[in-house]
Design a binder for this molecule. Structure first.
Ligand code: FAD
Length: 448
């Protein structure tokens, strides 16, 4: 069928199931988790809901049926995610991180690895299985994540894996990796981007390795953060951690850069719909408030022109943002789960528009939006995370868009015409601490 925004009966069922889970099982646990000052305890307060999500097929919904997942298309996944994120985007992030950890196995792993890792992820009788995505590194020196594709050997990802016989010996530090596990001793698996060749830059020397829980030499610490408090992030230290060479994803050898770009673009529409979910919740709460309260006038606030105009604008932006997220997910489904361009554009545009919508709702509600009696403070905290996380809009997502559109052969009508935009290594490194252009100006030499 040509362009048609009607949900299928199956999609309505998925939406209904996700909505019922979110309203009945998730919503009751969120206030206590969000208020809990200790990040590990906050995370643990969501464990019961996670087990329910796992049993309902939500936690591993993105994995194909053939490996035990729910086999949702990217579009169906995004439809479900809107419901969960409208209640709590932090919890949704816990589920999303399973995808960030496991989709690289699906894309770049051998058949044996897919059966081993994806099979285990989808058949845990306890329903507590977690996977993590371990790309980010602490800032300072050449640390940080944004310049992972710098062509300089000494810049970008600093964690190293050195082969010794049938093992890699891993050393380094990672920050913001999803979750130290429910007990602080690690997730069941984590897929880490590691420098396997230190003599070359990030476009050639990075690979992806799956690291299993219980590997000696790894310590985890929970990070404390301003929003998404119901999910967890880790500071991870690797000291001579030995990992079997069988855990190296063969398709990702020397292509860890491509894994990062593909993964953070796959999750782009999910981050976008998270922003839609949060803004939708703020809009609905604001509308209720404006219809019930007069601010000392003789009419409900919604009768004031500024309130009606602004809320109408907010509603329109949320609608258009939702369609953009659907379209980017649809593009992923049509193009072998590649959306390096539109995934980034969608994430940037939607997350940055939606945070403004949340704030506009607060302005129109007025001073009472600041009271903890309402949820606007939480909405603003959550909305502010979305442009910053999941491959920051500034140093990672915009830079990828820049690299693609600056390419000589870029077709500016590609997305409109639904053409495949092939992401190439030659599109990387733009704007890094030493990109090919800065090299010609001698800046690279200075950095070396
Ligand atoms: C809730 C949550 C979940 C997360 N989950 C994960 C996860 O599962 N796994 C994981 O690895 N990470 C995770 N992260 C981290 C997240 O993905 C970050 O976006 C990522 O680590 C990169 O951070 P950054 O974009 O701020 O880059 P940084 O390297 O910290 O850069 C900082 C800033 O420097 C500037 N900058 C640096 N270089 C450039 C450049 N070349 N061009 C332009 N600007 C530049 C930009 O303004 C950028 O924002 C998570 C974070 C949060 C909050």
């Amino acid at each position: 069928m040509a362009i048609d925004f009607t949900m299928s009966a199956e999609q309505r069922k998925i939406q209904k199931m996700a909505r019922e889970f979110s309203e009945n099982i998730l919503a009751p646990v969120i206030p206590a988790s969000d208020k809990e000052p200790d990040p590990m305890l906050a995370y643990q307060k969501t464990k019961g809901a996670y087990i329910e999500a796992y049993k309902a097929g939500i936690a591993m919904a993105m994995l194909p049926k053939e490996y035990g997942g729910a086999g949702l298309s990217c579009l169906d996944y995004v439809i479900a995610c809107e419901e969960i994120t409208s209640i709590d985007p932090g919890f949704a992030c816990t589920c999303l991180c399973n995808g960030l950890g496991l989709m690289p196995v699906l894309w770049y792993g051998s058949e044996e690895q897919k059966k081993r890792f994806l099979g285990a992820a989808t058949s845990d009788p306890t329903g507590t299985y977690l996977s993590a995505w371990t790309a980010g590194e602490p800032p300072g020196g050449t640390g940080g994540t944004a310049n992972f594709d710098s062509p300089l050997p000494k810049a970008g990802i600093g964690m190293t894996a050195v082969r010794e016989g049938d093992h890699f010996v891993i050393n380094g530090k990672k920050k913001w990796s999803s979750s130290p596990g429910w007990d602080g001793l690690g997730t069941n698996t984590q897929t880490a981007i590691i420098r396997t060749d230190s003599s070359v830059g990030g476009t050639e020397g990075l690979s992806a390795i799956v690291i299993e829980r219980g590997t000696p030499g790894i310590t985890w610490t929970f990070l404390n953060k301003e929003g998404h408090r119901t999910t967890s992030n880790a500071f991870v230290v690797f000291k001579d951690a030995k990992v079997p060479v069988d855990n190296l994803l063969p398709g990702a050898v020397g292509n860890g850069d491509l894994v990062i770009n593909r993964n953070f673009a796959w999750s782009g529409p999910v981050a976008a719909i998270a922003a839609v979910g949060v803004a939708r919740a703020a809009y609905e709460d604001a509308l209720k408030f404006l219809k019930k309260n007069t601010a000392g006038s003789l009419t409900p606030i919604i009768r004031f022109q500024n309130a009606g105009y602004i809320m109408g604008d907010v509603a329109a932006k949320i609608e258009s943002a939702r369609y953009f997220a659907w379209r980017a997910a649809d593009y992923l489904d049509k193009h072998s789960q590649h959306a390096e361009l539109i995934g980034a554009m969608c994430k940037i545009n939607v997350t940055e528009t939606m945070i403004d919508c949340v704030y506009k709702c607060m302005q129109i509600v007025g001073v009472n939006s600041l009271s903890t009696e309402y949820k606007f403070g939480k909405y603003l905290r959550e909305a502010s995370i979305l442009p910053i996380y999941d491959g920051g809009n500034m140093g990672m997502q915009r830079r990828r868009v820049h690299g693609i559109i600056a390419d000589e052969n870029f077709n500016p009508r590609a997305i409109m015409d639904d053409d495949f935009v092939k992401f190439e290594k030659s599109m990387e490194a733009i704007g890094t601490v030493a990109d090919p252009v800065s090299k010609s100006r001698g800046i690279m030499q200075a950095a070396e």
